[in-house]
Design a protein around this ligand. Structure first.
Ligand code: ADP
Ligand code: DP6
Ligand code: CO
Length: 355
């Protein structure tokens, strides 16, 4: 009798927000970056993707993905690469054990939901592809390590490779042409620096005008400043940042975070034609962080912006009341913050690890 059983597995995956940013591909097909990057994984209690993967011989359609209730196009090379790699790993298990059901031959159905704005510069592609890969790996009962799965997730979206780990995570750019060494690795678990927190300021939940993939390709092709970023600025930032994290040196962590965000957005402005991800409200948030630090007489808050207007502020638990109080005070006085695009804000802890 034909096997009509539906096999199913679910996972959640966290967002990560880079403090040394990935921006630029040296190989768009394999999604290999022009520079290493480093991020902090945020708690899934606040921002997360929830993805369920199922497969069945009774499914008659091709592979599909429902994202936030709408059918999503997965015909692109990046999603296809993830499916191909995961199927190949499952097929190897099936070849070694003929008792295993032939899941690798069945159509896949994915249903995914983000509980935060999609394509708005809050790393939905990171949580999204990490969840997609982990959910299928769970379905296929693969024994691959987070590092091995990060190689697959990277091909879906670069930043996704870092969401396979909790805590402080580096994506080493690698130098092999096949990408086998372009992998995420754990710099320190969340427990190493447990009082680190992040405040998310949602300036706009709207979908960005220029996707990260397309924006960074334009920067690579046209920005002169970008060359200095990948050869000098990022290598120095990576080194200082790793040392700051190991030493739990917040002032240095914060300065590198803010400088690296500024350097990335300067490269966007140096792209021709220029790309602007930040808006007036984003710039007001930068000023607010500056006044918080000036008021405190030391650096207690660090802003960073991905490819979108939304602001993430890193700070330590002991400074929370100063940060939250000052943000409310400063930002309600900023025109555009109150009426404009509203400040849904949440403060979140760090994440210990996926699922
Ligand atoms: P972001 O700043 O949110 O990461 P990107 O431009 O990098 O924005 O990527 C947005 C794209 O990531 C979406 O258009 C979609 O293709 C993909 N994506 C987002 N969430 C998911 C998800 N849960 N599952 C699969 N793909 C997702
Ligand atoms: C600014 O990982 O979204 O958030 O690999 O093309 O999917 P693709 O790009 P993506 O780029 C992220 C850019 C960034 C910085 C970062 O997360 O490191
Ligand atoms: Co993204």
């Amino acid at each position: 009798m034909a096997d009509t059983k539906v096999y199913r597995a679910s996972t959640t995956a966290p967002v990560n927000i880079a403090v040394v940013k990935y921006w630029g591909k040296r190989d768009a097909k394999l999604n290999l970056p022009t520079n290493s990057s480093l991020s902090v994984t945020l708690s899934q209690a606040d921002l997360r993707t929830l993805t369920t993967a199922s497969c069945s011989a009774s499914y008659t359609e091709d592979d599909s993905l429902m994202l936030n209730g709408e059918l999503s196009d997965i015909s692109g090379a990046r999603a296809q690469a993830c499916f191909r790699e995961l199927r190949a790993r499952r097929a190897a298990l099936e070849a070694a054990d003929s008792a295993l059901p032939k899941l690798s031959a069945m159509p896949l159905k994915l249903v995914s939901e983000n509980n935060f704005p999609t394509a708005a510069g809050l790393a939905s592609s990171a949580a999204g592809f990490a969840a997609l890969v982990q959910a299928i790996a769970n379905l296929y009962e693969l024994a691959d390590s987070p590092a091995q799965l990060s190689l697959v997730a990277r091909q879906g979206s670069g930043s996704a490779c870092r969401s396979l780990f909790g805590g402080y995570v580096a994506w080493r750019m690698g130098d092999k042409a096949d990408g086998s060494d372009s992998v995420a690795d754990l710099v320190a678990p969340a427990s190493h620096w447990p009082n680190m927190k992040a405040l998310i300021l949602v300036v706009s939940a709207a979908k960005k005008g220029v996707s990260s993939s397309s924006g960074m390709q334009q920067t690579v092709a046209t920005s002169g400043l970008f060359q200095q970023r990948i050869t000098q600025i990022v290598p120095a930032n990576m080194k200082t940042m790793e040392e700051a994290i190991k030493a739990k040196d917040f002032a240095t962590f914060a300065e590198v975070t803010m400088r690296d965000s500024n350097s990335f957005h300067a490269c966007c402005a140096d792209t021709y034609p220029p790309i602007f991800y930040m808006n007036d409200v984003s710039r007001a948030a930068i000023r607010a962080v500056e006044s918080i630090n000036a008021e405190a007489g030391k650096t207690i808050a660090a802003y960073t912006f991905d490819a979108g207007p939304n602001c993430v502020v890193y700070y330590l638990q002991e400074d929370e009341s100063a940060i939250l109080g000052a943000f409310t005070g400063v930002l309600t006085g900023v025109s555009g913050w109150k009426e404009g695009s509203a400040a849904a804000k949440s403060s979140v802890k760090l994440e210990d690890g996926i699922a």
